[in-house]
Design a protein around this ligand. Structure first.
Ligand code: DGL
Length: 204
């Protein structure tokens, strides 16, 4: 109905990272509105236990729903990795979307016959959600996952273009290049802010 269509799409992340997703939603669906929650009390999520991330994600999904969101997008890879199934079960009337399966499908299209590289937080890497999602998208594709613990604090502090960020990008990207990856998944929604530096290291 009219009221439902006027309701916002709820979007959340630990901090500013999910704004990269919100921007794409608004670009593709310009007549929609977004209700955005940044969990700045708990940022960074990266090194926290996965159970804790799951419980944050369920609380936030419920909150965004209670604020009238017609659907919820987990604009956070860690939440998508560990809480998508639980949130869909807890809120069966609300569509809940994650970012890992769509990113994995796009990556296998781009990688050709070469392996897929994943840059992500420690938690997302330890969940192996990307290895599973890439395998589901195209069985047999090799996946190399690299944890990047220095990235999120750099972005949250506004240092995405600093020499420290460039050094971190070299440290994290070069091992994946040595594996011959055909594409890189930015497996954390903060990382698009580092895309220019990552591309400088990785090339086109
Ligand atoms: N931006 C989130 C993600 O995509 C979490 C980053 C963090 O707080 O460590 O995983």
């Amino acid at each position: 109905g009219e009221r439902l269509n006027g309701a916002p799409i709820g979007v959340f992340d630990s901090g500013v990272g999910g704004l990269t997703v919100a921007a794409q939603i608004l670009r593709k669906l310009p007549s929609e509105s977004v209700l955005y929650l940044a969990d700045t009390v708990h940022v960074p999520y990266g090194e926290r236990p996965l159970d804790e991330i799951r419980s944050f994600a369920l609380d936030i999904t419920g909150f965004l729903r209670s604020m009238g969101s017609k659907m919820v997008v987990m604009a956070c890879n860690m939440s998508s990795a560990v809480a998508l199934g639980a949130a869909r079960e807890a809120f069966p009337d609300t569509p809940v979307l994650g970012v890992i399966a769509p990113g994995s499908r796009a990556a296998v299209r781009l990688a050709g016959d070469r392996p897929v590289g994943v840059l992500a937080t420690t938690g997302t890497v330890s969940s192996h959600a990307y290895s599973a999602a890439v395998a589901a998208a195209r069985p047999g594709t090799a996946v190399f996952e690299q944890a990047c613990p220095r990235f999120v604090p750099l972005v949250e502090n506004g240092d995405a273009e600093s020499p420290e960020a460039y050094e971190a990008a070299r440290e994290y990207v070069q091992p994946l290049l040595r594996e011959g990856v055909g594409t890189l998944i930015l497996g954390c929604t903060h990382y698009p802010f580092l895309c220019p530096l990552i591309q400088e290291v990785a090339g086109p």
